[in-house]
Design a protein around this ligand. Structure first.
Ligand code: FES
Ligand code: FE2
Length: 371
């Protein structure tokens, strides 16, 4: 793939990847018999949970005449459209009733579907599998099989705490993701006296290796110029603290920190909402600070600060992006972003041709930058 292609893929209107699981919203936001609407990859959805508490997701447009099903009623089992009262099974989307039919009218109601999506609740979030957009004739199709479970956070002990936070970003998913993996913005965007000072910028070397559908920043000792890591080293009294960061298509960033028997594990996702909007969700699990009264809130405070700094930066960036300026990716700091665009292009190429995707990395490499 040549540099021009990479640059093209940088455009804010880059493609969204179908055929993957995406986070919809925190599971706590939808109670029994409630219907909640959301948009993932420009697909309007209505999400709820049935009487057993199991979440479901349906197209938020009735297959009859397009009325949003989120305007209808839900009894814990069936969703009823508010326009002509058609009823659909919440889990399968299969039509159960068309009130206008007379006894001698033989329309096969059960052949009609309201478009349902595989839906799972995991690590405090409801996830929805978004398949390739359906061909014409939708409205008569059963749910596709995701073929794989929704991603989850790796945990290393029985007991742990969980917290999450999210923020909407007015940029395309690509800018959201490369912002997430960009090491060079730290000293400028994430300054805070309790974290690190701008003048602490220094040269870093990190090892990366290819993994299926992504790349890994190999286990390494965390950056010495960040305060929380200094604290952690003291607290855990461990000889070694290692952190591993994986990026996996379409939008998953796993970070694992281990220090003796203590661990901290997070999964951050950047979800395309529309072509020009995305949302970042961070979910973290840990067994550190379990007995420290302010531990979890302190951690959440630090993360919230970070996410807000990123969100604010991208809000400003979106102004600059409005008129499609030329952009560039430089070595080595933007190499992970280049890998992301190449992985994405390879994935799309495989979808088109069926040929095995080519990984953009030949093997392990060391990248250098100052941050
Ligand atoms: S639009 Fe839904 S029942 Fe007619
Ligand atoms: Fe950041």
């Amino acid at each position: 793939m040549g540099p021009t292609e990479i640059l093209e893929r940088q455009a804010p209107d880059s493609q969204m990847l179908y055929g993957f699981w995406y986070r919809a919203f925190p599971g706590g936001l939808v109670g029994p018999s409630e219907l909640r609407k959301t948009i993932l990859l420009e697909t309007p959805l209505v999400v709820g949970r049935d009487m057993d508490g199991k979440p479901f997701a349906l197209n938020d447009a009735c297959p009859h005449r397009g009325m949003p099903l989120s305007c209808g009623w839900f009894d814990g089992q069936q969703v009823e459209c508010s326009y002509h009262g058609w009823k659909f099974d919440a889990q399968t989307g299969q039509c159960q009733l068309i009130p206008s039919l007379t006894a001698d009218q033989k329309l096969k109601v059960d052949r009609i579907y309201a478009g349902s999506y595989p839906c799972e609740e995991r690590d405090s979030y409801i996830w929805v599998f978004i398949p390739e957009p359906s061909p014409p004739g939708a409205g008569f199709t059963k749910q596709v099989d995701a073929g794989i479970a929704a991603p989850q956070i790796e945990k290393f002990s029985e007991k742990f705490k969980t917290a999450f936070l999210n923020a909407d970003m007015p940029v395309s998913v690509d800018h959201g993701i490369i912002g997430l993996m960009d090491p060079a913005h730290g000293p400028f965007v994430h300054q805070a006296w309790w974290w690190r000072a701008r003048h602490s910028i220094h040269e870093k070397r990190k090892n990366f290796e290819p993994i299926p559908n992504g790349f890994r920043m190999s286990a390494h000792a965390p950056s010495s110029n960040s305060a929380p890591y200094k604290l952690l080293r003291l607290y855990a009294d461990a000889d070694s603290i290692t952190t591993t960061i994986d990026f996996v298509l379409p939008n998953l960033r796993y970070e694992t920190i281990r220090a003796g028997k203590y661990w901290f594990s997070s999964l951050t996702t950047v979800t395309p909402i529309t072509r020009s909007q995305c949302r970042i969700d961070v979910v973290a699990c840990w067994n550190i600070f379990r007995w420290m009264p302010f531990g979890p809130s302190l951690l959440k405070f630090v993360f919230a600060k970070f996410v807000e700094q990123d969100r604010h930066t991208m809000e400003l960036q979106s102004e600059g992006l409005k008129h499609n300026p030329h952009l560039m990716l430089i070595d080595d700091a933007d190499r992970p972003a280049k890998w992301y665009f190449a992985l994405k292009a390879a994935h799309l190429e495989t979808k088109r041709t069926g040929v095995e995707p080519q990984h953009p990395m030949d093997g392990p490499v060391t990248l250098k930058w100052r941050s």
